[in-house]
Design a protein around this ligand. Structure first.
Ligand SMILES: Nc1nc2c(c(=O)[nH]1)N[C@@H](CN(C=O)c1ccc(C(=O)N[C@@H](CCC(=O)O)C(=O)O)cc1)CN2
Length: 284
């Protein structure tokens, strides 16, 4: 058996086509959504992701505001740019590309953002709203994963889901989204302190692998027919992406989200959704 593909590229293209019409409608009402990005340092992966976000903006008609600082930027210098985007009326939503260089207090930066302009859904107030079941912009990768599963008809309701990882962008918020009444999944969160990872994985109907550990998930860990979404990013010596999921898993699983081409494009599409929804709220 070879797994069916959860095609993030194609699904993201559909979402972007819908957003193009919504952005045009906003412009007719005099509102141009503008996405700001703050990129600190010269990590090639982060540069690539940010460039992709602005390419997407151009495709759907969202304006781009790019701020770049060197890796030597101080906490105060980064905070000054955050304050600037908080005040800039052309910037209707923005993100701070993570991770920030060592020594920078990431949480303080996120807290300083205007929660109404938080396009990533990572401001503590918006994460709190998610916990309280209040409307909020949703973290892009977890929301992208749910949209990808839904659009391919993979049953989430009642599913046993194992999330591997506990980072702020995926691992922490993913179970919050999956356990909403609209999804109704049962979630086990695994991490480096988990005693028997394989035992948990083998019971899972859906696996979200966000550990950043190359080929951590092996074919023998996966229940036949399960959906496996690879979100891990490690780089080979040649700079190629190596995911958390061993390629042999495709012979056992029912569905796989490839990496690249699976969850990454969905992360970017959901970011645009957050920007457009915020602009739509602003016109009522
Ligand atoms: N502020 C944020 N920082 C980070 C987030 C986030 O959601 N908000 N997530 C990740 C990186 N990320 C978004 O910024 C991201 C990761 C991957 C992709 C993507 O399109 N990947 C492509 C492959 C690109 C390549 O060849 O390297 C794919 O999977 O097909 C987009 C965005 C950490 N930081």
């Amino acid at each position: 058996m070879t797994a069916q593909i959860l095609d993030g590229k194609a699904t993201a293209a559909e979402i972007k086509s819908d957003l193009t019409a919504r952005v045009a409608a906003l412009k007719e009402k005099g509102v141009t959504p503008g996405l700001g990005t703050i990129l600190v340092g010269d990590d090639p992966g982060s540069q690539k992701y940010v460039a992709g976000k602005h390419r997407d903006c151009a495709q759907v008609g969202i304006a781009s505001i790019q701020r770049e600082l060197p890796g030597t930027a101080t906490q105060e210098e980064i905070e000054a740019v955050v304050r600037e985007l908080n005040e800039d009326p052309a910037c209707t939503g923005y993100i701070v590309q993570l991770p920030l260089p060592k020594g920078i207090d990431e949480n303080r930066i996120l807290e300083l953002m205007d929660p109404e302009k938080d396009a990533d859904g990572l401001h503590p107030m918006n994460l709190g709203r998610l916990v309280l079941n209040e409307p909020a912009p949703l973290p892009c990768t977890p929301n992208g994963i749910i949209t990808l599963l839904r659009r391919h008809g993979v049953e989430i309701k009642g599913a046993e889901v194992v999330v591997v990882g506990r980072g702020v962008t995926i691992g922490r918020p993913m179970p919050l989204l999956l356990t909403r009444r609209s999804e109704n999944a049962t979630v086990t969160q695994c991490h480096t302190g988990t005693r028997d990872l394989s035992a948990h994985l083998r019971r899972a109907d859906i696996i979200v692998a966000a550990a950043g550990s190359a080929h951590l998930i092996r074919p023998e860990d996966v229940k036949p027919g399960a959906a496996v979404l690879d979100v891990g990013v490690s780089r080979s010596a040649e700079g190629k992406i190596v995911g958390d999921v061993h390629p042999g898993v495709a012979e056992v699983a029912g569905w796989v989200a490839p990496n690249p081409g699976g969850v990454g494009p969905m992360t970017r599409a959901q970011l645009l959704v957050n920007v457009v929804e915020a602009a739509e709220r602003s016109v009522g």
